[in-house]
Each structure stands twice: as C-alpha cells, then as structure tokens.
Design a protein around this ligand. Structure first.
Ligand SMILES: Cc1ncc(COP(=O)(O)O)c(C=O)c1O
Length: 465
C-alpha cells in the first residue's frame, strides 16, 4: 500500500512520518512465522496491544519484523525516558556484562547495586529527611516494589490496612491487583484478594465536574476521610498508597493540595505515605518525582519502569526507620538489583538528568496542538498531563462526557497504521496517552502530534453529529 490516509489528508509514502509504509498487504515470512508461534504458544490471557513484532529500536523509533518503522510515543510504556538504546546506557550494560551478569545480590552485593541506592537517595523527594538516611532495596518489577513497600509499612506501623484509589494501577500480583482500583479485565476471575485493602475516590476534576484548583480539594479529601471512617477502621491504617499522577487509569493530575492533604491524613493517623512513582517518576514530568511538583514528602517511593534503562529493575526506598523495620531476611529477591540493570540505571539516570528540562516544552507543544484540535474535534473532552506524561480524554459528547472508548481504539489503530505508536488508558479505555522519550527530536514530536490530530479528527467526523 503506497499511500495512507489519516484524517482528511492524503499522505503518500514519500512524506510518511515514521519511515517506511506502515500498512503492508503482504507479511514477510518472518512475521508469518512469529504470528504462528504466537498463536500456538502464547497464552490468550496475554492480550497484545499491537499486532506487530519488534525487531529493533533506537531513539524514538522501533522497527518491526517486516522492516516497518514506527515512531514510538509510548516510550515502551514509560520505560525508555532517555530513548531506546541510548549509547551511554548500552555502553554501561556492556561494560558490566564483561565483569559479571549475576551473583545473587542476596548472597553477595555488587557495586552498581549500592551506587543505584546512593543515586536514588541523592534525588529522593525533598523533605524525606537527610539524604544519607534514605534506605531501600532493589527488585525487578513495579509490582514487586509496591508489594515490598506495603511490607515495610506494615512492619513499621504494626498495622495492616492500606488505602489505595479507585482508578489506580499498581501491578498484577495478587496484592497489587487487590490494591489496583481499575477493575476489568485486570481483576476479573482472579480473587479472592488479600484483605485490608480499601479504595477511595481519587481527585478526578474533569469527571467530578470541578475546576482544577485548590477550591475543590476539601471535598475530595472529605471523600477519602469518609472511606477511612466508614469502611477502613482508620486506627488500623498502615499506609496510603497513591500515584501522584494516575497512570494506567488515565493520566489524572490531582488538583494542587490533594497530595498534601493525604500527607496530613497519614500524619494524623500514624500511617505511611507511599508514592507509587513507577509511571510518573524519574524525570517523566520534568522533575525527578511527580510528587515533587507539590513539594510533598512521602515516606516511601516506588520506582521501576525507566529505572533500568530498558532492563528490569525496580526500587522501594525512603525513610531509614521504615526501610529498617522488617526483620532481617524479610525482603529479598534472586534477581533483584541485577548488576547489568543497575549499571544501565546509573547511565540512564544521567541521560534523564541531562534531558529532563525538555519536558515542559513537550507539554506546551502538546497542549497547544491538542487545544487547537479540541476546537475542531468535539470528541476531545479533556487535554491534560504534566511534562512528558500527556493525554487526551475522548468523549461522545462534551456535556454528558460519556466515554468514547471505541473512538480511542480507532485513533490508536489509525496512528499505528500511519506509523505512530500511542497508548490508551482510563477506566473506560477512552484516554489516549503519550509517554515520549525526553530525547525525541522536535520534528518527530511534531509529526507524532500531527498524526494523532488527524486520527482524532477522523474518529470525530466519523461520529454522527
Ligand atoms: C503506577 C504503576 N504502578 C505499578 C505498575 C506495575 O509495574 P510492573 O508492570 O513493572 O509490575 C505500573 C505498570 O504499569 C504502574 O504504572
């Protein structure tokens, strides 16, 4: 297929945004073989977002098994904040692999592990106490970081209840699924879940119909207190677990003052405030931590995704007295803090630090482009996000705000056909979200935004008025 049509514009393959023609009528032998392997051996429960097989990736681009190139505006779901295979990250991984790949850190520690903990302590949110009293452990996945944060909080407070939020996502292990507030299909059919987990409404100003300002904060916090009072025996509260910006649940930025209010509730009830910064942290929003925009100090932070620069690595760290609370041997992991992943992390954090200042520019060009789009495409209900964590919420009608989930999927598919990868999100799947690399060249970012805008206009005009 030599030409593709996105929105009202016809674009031939010479001016395509992301390399080669994105729609191929004939699959290569390799793609056919991989499709057949997938159908034979991959569990159907592992639903795939895109029907393509990635062969290679560099910077903001990924190439599939047909040789088609995509502009990746997902950053590998928030992992490749410094772009795919940044040369300094690759060099650091290689150098470590020349030394050793694994001698279980549980058994004998390695230098990169300790340097990652030291680096995380040096960038810990202000107000957590002296940097040299910040402690933690390294794990492999985000879910493990959250699980261990809850273990720390329970061991420290000697209490058990955990308050999380509706619409949140914290992982796919049974405890983190229990904590997750986004239900279908994530939680369906896997219960029973561990007890003593409660959910309060998040401050979702767009859906709650309040202007995003401090004025509505007391109302949002009153709902949180009501859940604590009515269902969660507040005296037994070990922790509040919060995404400072909700990720999978639709890039919901709470109004200023909401996170501070949660801090105050924790202080009153002797509970631990855990910031799940797995998606929002590590420079994604233009600061090391999304909670840093509000100058609120959590007690524990969970980090993962971008930490390992593409290799699996996660961390939970925070106040020493909390991290030291469990009995020795109470936490650990065979692979946690893998030295190659730690070496990659040290290099990736350097790259992120160098490019973090570009996040506000990505946000302002996104807002400008999407606000203009909103004027033309009535399905754009809300434009939101912070730094390089950006989204539009699609609705069938601006007044009723009925979620337009099918349209969001259509937009995602049209973008893919045009060679651009974007993700959906939200409890109803009606949010289109972008997590571009901070290193994305301006021209590619503009191409990505234009492609998204065409696809949204197309989906908008396909809807009956
Ligand atoms: C906020 C948040 N917490 C936890 C997780 C779980 O991380 P993982 O998939 O590495 O277990 C995710 C993953 O998307 C996330 O976005």
């Amino acid at each position: 297929v030599a030409a593709r049509r996105v929105g009202k514009k016809k674009v031939d393959s010479k001016s395509k945004p992301a390399g080669t023609s994105a729609v191929s009528a004939v699959l290569s032998g390799k793609t056919e073989r991989l499709s057949s392997l997938r159908d034979r051996h991959l569990s159907k429960a592992a639903k795939l977002i895109f029907p393509v097989f990635i062969d290679s990736a560099a910077g903001s681009r990924a190439t599939d098994s047909d040789g088609k190139e995509y502009l990746d505006l997902t950053g590998g779901i928030g992992v490749n904040t410094g772009g795919h295979l940044h040369p300094s990250v690759v060099a650091a991984m290689r150098a470590q692999l020349e030394k050793h790949a694994h001698v279980a850190s549980l058994m004998a520690l390695n230098e990169p592990y300790l340097l990652v903990l030291e680096r995380l302590a040096s960038i810990a949110p202000a107000g957590m106490g002296p940097r040299d009293s910040v402690k933690g452990v390294l794990m492999n996945s985000g879910a493990e970081a959250v699980e261990n944060a809850v273990k720390f909080a329970r061991a420290f407070t000697k209490k058990s209840a955990v308050l999380a939020f509706q619409g949140s996502f914290h992982g796919r292990t049974l405890l983190t699924l229990a904590l997750t507030g986004k239900t279908h299909p994530l939680k369906t059919g896997f219960g029973p879940y561990p007890p003593e987990v409660y959910h309060a409404p998040y401050a979702y100003c767009y859906r709650d119909g309040c202007a995003q300002g401090e004025g509505c904060v007391p109302e949002h916090l009153a709902k949180v207190r009501e859940v604590l009072r009515a269902s969660a025996n507040e005296k037994n509260l070990a922790a509040i677990l919060v995404e400072p910006i909700i990720g999978e649940g639709g890039f919901i930025v709470p109004p200023p003052g909401f996170l501070k209010g949660l801090r105050e509730i924790c202080d009153e009830l002797g509970a631990v405030l855990i910031a799940d910064e797995i998606q929002s942290g590590l420079g994604r929003t233009g600061r090391w931590w999304a909670i840093g925009h509000e100058k609120v100090a959590p007690d524990l932070v969970c980090a993962a995704k971008a930490l390992g620069g593409g290799l699996p690595l996660s961390a939970v760290f925070g106040k020493a007295e909390i991290a030291d609370a469990p009995q020795p041997g109470g936490v650990g992991s065979t692979f946690g803090g893998n030295p190659a992943a730690c070496a990659a992390a040290l290099a990736h954090l350097e790259v992120i630090e160098r490019f973090m200042g570009l996040a506000p520019g990505l946000e302002s060009s996104f807002r400008k482009s999407m606000k203009e789009l909103q004027a033309r495409a009535p399905i754009v209900g809300d434009v939101r996000g912070r730094g390089a964590m950006l989204a539009i919420e699609l609705v069938k009608d601006q007044k009723s705000k009925e979620p337009a989930a099918q349209e969001a999927t259509k937009v995602q598919q049209a973008c893919l056909a045009a060679g651009v990868m974007v993700l959906t999100a939200g409890a109803a799947g009606n949010v289109v979200r972008l997590l571009p690399a901070l290193t994305i060249p301006e021209k590619e970012w503009k191409t990505g935004l234009d492609t998204l805008a065409f696809a949204v206009e197309d989906a908008s005009s396909a809807r009956p008025a």
